[in-house]
Design a binder for this molecule. Structure first.
Ligand code: TRP
Length: 332
């Protein structure tokens, strides 16, 4: 870990990863591994803020998430992969930051308001869920990064992190750099039905899904709604399938697709066949790597144990500085 800058990011272990996660976040995480010291963690405490009634599910998804990361290209030799709840310093820092975080900041948080309104199937009136951004601020500030690779949806949380850092610095003396968002270059990866790709909409292609199971879903997928007959010319810029070609099909083939589609010499069925080929080229190596990983049942645990240790070294150092600044560095 001799690279000059450090970055940190996390994901909640709430389900298998899909293409939207890959193109929206992980691809960027993989690229960053060669640029700076990267710490990526499984945010299992964050998952617990809303899934506390079913913690067993979180437990199952922890190793699955790590497998999805590794098959996608995160390399435990290059980055630190760890589990949030195994680095207890995150809890202590959350507690200390909670002292200086006004409740009004949390109540104003747009994600909080939105989820409280939209998710009616779960009870989200708990203290931990309101405090979600404080835990997230602790996750980030612990590693004193300059940048944090996050999606657009996490910007309000990052802004709160910066406000909390500022408050800490002004109360106790400058300590935390204010981290900036490093937005993932916007990758358009809609769901199969044109809405956002999301596990809860059932419109996703999972990274670990066998191609035979994906094929019928692709056959039923929306394309250009205005192209009703094979003889109608289509328009790739309003087509729901075309963005996938932009992510996975080479430029020369894309050109052919566009020509064929706009001149109606080429149908949506043909286009979907090419897409299945592109998808196979993309997913098959991931599936092969997953099969390799499954052969070694200890591997994921070893990666996490090693990552937890490495994260703790940084976390302990940060906490010493934090306690010292607050004057809570008591002797035993
Ligand atoms: N809230 C993030 C999400 O839902 C996950 C997360 C938790 C995170 N802690 C973080 C992301 C720290 C970046 C940095 O996607």
């Amino acid at each position: 870990m001799s690279l000059p800058l450090r970055t940190v990011s996390g994901m909640r272990p709430t389900g298998p990863l899909h293409l939207g996660h890959y193109f929206g976040a992980i691809k960027n995480w993989v690229a960053l591994q060669d640029e700076m010291q990267c710490l990526y963690f499984v945010a299992d405490w964050h998952a617990l803020t809303s899934e506390f009634e079913d913690p067993q599910r979180i437990r199952e998804f922890v190793p699955e998430l790590v497998k999805d990361w590794i098959v996608s290209g995160l390399d435990p030799e290059k980055c630190v992969i760890f589990q949030q709840s195994m680095v207890k310093e995150h809890a202590e820092l959350t507690l200390l930051l909670s002292m200086i975080t006004p409740v009004s900041w949390l109540e104003r948080n747009p994600t909080y308001k939105e989820q409280q309104q939209e998710i009616t199937t779960k009870d989200l009136s708990n203290f931990g869920f309101l405090g979600y951004p404080v835990l997230m601020a602790a996750d980030i500030l612990m590693y004193r990064p300059k940048w944090v690779p996050v999606g657009q949806d996490q910007l309000p949380h990052l802004e709160l992190t910066r406000e909390i850092a500022r408050r800490f610095n002004s109360l106790y003396g400058g300590y935390f750099p204010e981290p900036e968002a490093r937005l993932t270059p916007a990758a358009k990866c809609p769901g199969l039905d044109g809405r956002k790709m999301s596990k809860s909409y059932g419109n996703s292609i999972m990274l670990r899904e066998p191609l035979e199971e994906i094929a019928p879903k692709v056959r039923g997928m929306f394309t250009d709604k205005n192209r009703l007959r094979r003889s109608d010319p289509g328009n790739p810029s309003v087509c729901n399938l075309y963005p996938y070609h932009e992510l996975m099909t080479d430029a020369a083939t894309r050109e052919e697709i566009c020509k064929g589609c706009t001149s109606a010499t080429f149908g949506c069925v043909d286009c979907k066949k090419i897409f299945m080929q592109s998808l196979a080229r993309f997913l098959e190596p991931l599936h092969e790597r997953r099969a390799e990983l499954e052969k070694n049942p200890d591997f994921v645990q070893d990666v996490l144990s090693d990552g937890n240790k490495r994260a703790r070294v940084v976390a302990r150092e940060t906490m010493e500085g934090v306690r010292e600044r607050i004057g809570f560095n008591f002797k035993e």
